[in-house]
Design a protein around this ligand. Structure first.
Ligand code: FAQ
Length: 336
C-alpha cells in the first residue's frame, strides 16, 4: 500500500488524485469480484480500508469476549463440586483463553497491534459480548453457560468459518470444534443435575435458566433493522447469516433441548408456529441490552477491573520476556 502511494506522487495534485482513484477503483473492482467468487482475502492482499476496519472491530471484540468470558466461569474453578467437573471446567476456561489468542493473532494480521487492541479494551473503547456482564450465582450457572452461551456462540460462529477473511475463517474452525465440547459438557452437567439431583438442585438449574435465557438470545445482537453493520458485513461475506436468522435458529434448536432436559424457558409467548415452521417468541428487552453494552450491566465494572488488574500484574512477565528476547538477539549479533 505504501509503495502504491509513493508511486503516484506527482507534482500535479489533481492529476495525482485522478490516477490514484482510477487505480483504487480497479483494485476495488478486483476485490469485489474475488468476494463474489467466494475467494478468501489474505493479509497481504489489497482490501478497502473499511473492510479492514470492520474486521479489526469484529475480530478484536470477539477476542475480548473470549478472554473476558473466562471470568464468570473461572469464578467457579475452586468451587467445582467434583474433581471431574473441576478438570472439565479448567480445560474449558483455558480453551477460551486460547480462542482469544488465535483471534488476537488473526486481528494482528490486519496491521493492528495486540497492545492497541488491549488498550481499547482497558479504556472501555472496545466492546465485548454483553453476556459476560451477568453474574454466575450458583454452580448451575456454569452448566447453563455451556448449554446456552456456548450454544449461541457456536450458532453464530459456524457461519464465520466461511468468512471472506482467511485468517479469521481458519481460526473459527478450531474454535467451533472446541465450543462444541463446551456446549456438550454444559448440557451433560445440567442433565445430571436434572436426572439424578435433589429437588433443590433441579430448582437451582431452573433458576439459572430463567436468568440466562434472555441475555443469551440478546447475544446475537440487535434486530436486523437496527443493526448498522450488518448490511455491509453481509455484502463482504464477513457475516454470512443475519442476527435475527441466527437468533431464530438458536431458539428453534434450544426449545427442543429444554424439553429433554425437563426445564421450562421463561417466555410465555414461546410457541410453535406451524405456518412459519419456527417458534414464535416474546419481545426482547432491548433497553436492557443497550444498557449492558453501554457499560451499565450488573458486572461491567468488575469485569473490566479484573482484566486491567491482570494486565498490570503481568507487567513483569512482559518485561522479562522482552529482556530475554533482547539478550537472544544480542547473542546472535555477537556470534555473527
Ligand atoms: N454484545 O451492527 P451490529 C463466546 C454491538 S464469544 C456486545 O449488529 P455486528 C465464547 C456491535 O458490536 C461471544 N456488543 O454489529 C465464549 C455494534 O457496535 P460497534 C462473542 C454487541 O458486529 C463462551 C452494535 O452493537 N462472539 O461467547 C453485541 O454486525 C463461553 C450494533 O450491532 C462474537 O464476537 C453483543 N452481544 O454484529 C467464551 C462473534 N451485539 O462495534 C467464554 C463474532 C452487537 O459498531 C465462555 N461477532 N453488539 O460499536 C459477530 O458475529 C458480530 O460482531 C455480532 C454483532 C453478531 C456480535
Amino acid at each position: 500500500m505504501y509503495t502504491q502511494a509513493m508511486d503516484t506522487q506527482g507534482k500535479d495534485g489533481d492529476a495525482r488524485k485522478a490516477v490514484r482513484s482510477a487505480e483504487d477503483l480497479q483494485m476495488e473492482e478486483r476485490f469485489e469480484a474475488r468476494i463474489a467468487e467466494g475467494e478468501f482475502i489474505e493479509p497481504k492482499d489489497w482490501m478497502p480500508d473499511h473492510y479492514r476496519k470492520t474486521l479489526v472491530r469484529q475480530i478484536s471484540q470477539h477476542a475480548h469476549s473470549e478472554i473476558v468470558g473466562m471470568l464468570p466461569e473461572g469464578n467457579w474453578i475452586t468451587r467445582a463440586p467434583t474433581l471431574k467437573r473441576k478438570a472439565i471446567l479448567l480445560a474449558k476456561v483455558q480453551d477460551e483463553g486460547g480462542h482469544g489468542l488465535y483471534l488476537y493473532s488473526a486481528a494482528e494480521t490486519l496491521g493492528t497491534s495486540r497492545d492497541q487492541m488491549l488498550e481499547a479494551l482497558h479504556t472501555g473503547k472496545a466492546k465485548y459480548s454483553s453476556i459476560f456482564n451477568y453474574p454466575t450465582l450458583t454452580w448451575a450457572d456454569v452448566g447453563v453457560i455451556g448449554w446456552l452461551v456456548d450454544g449461541a456462540a457456536i450458532m453464530n460462529q459456524v457461519p464465520i468459518c466461511r468468512c471472506s477473511y482467511g485468517p479469521y475463517a481458519r481460526a473459527m474452525i478450531r474454535v467451533c470444534r472446541e465450543e462444541s465440547f463446551h456446549q456438550r459438557q454444559g448440557y451433560e452437567s445440567l442433565l445430571t443435575m436434572m436426572e439424578k439431583g435433589t429437588g433443590a438442585q433441579r430448582a437451582m438449574v431452573q433458576d439459572a435458566v430463567n436468568r440466562w435465557w434472555w441475555p443469551s438470545i440478546m447475544m446475537f445482537g440487535p434486530p436486523d433493522d437496527q443493526s448498522p453493520n450488518s448490511a455491509q458485513s453481509m455484502r463482504w461475506g464477513i457475516k454470512r447469516v443475519s442476527n435475527d436468522e441466527l437468533r431464530q435458529k438458536f431458539i428453534d434448536a434450544t426449545v427442543e433441548q429444554a424439553k429433554v432436559l425437563g426445564v421450562s424457558l421463561p417466555d410465555p409467548e414461546l410457541k410453535w408456529n406451524e405456518e412459519r415452521q419456527h417458534y414464535d417468541f416474546g419481545a426482547i428487552d432491548w433497553t436492557e441490552f443497550w444498557n449492558v453494552i453501554g457499560g451499565n450491566g450488573p458486572c461491567n465494572r468488575e469485569r473490566l477491573n479484573a482484566r486491567v488488574k491482570a494486565w498490570d500484574d503481568g507487567a513483569w512477565v512482559r518485561e522479562a520476556a522482552l529482556a530475554y528476547a533482547r539478550k537472544q538477539t544480542e547473542g546472535i549479533k555477537e556470534a555473527a
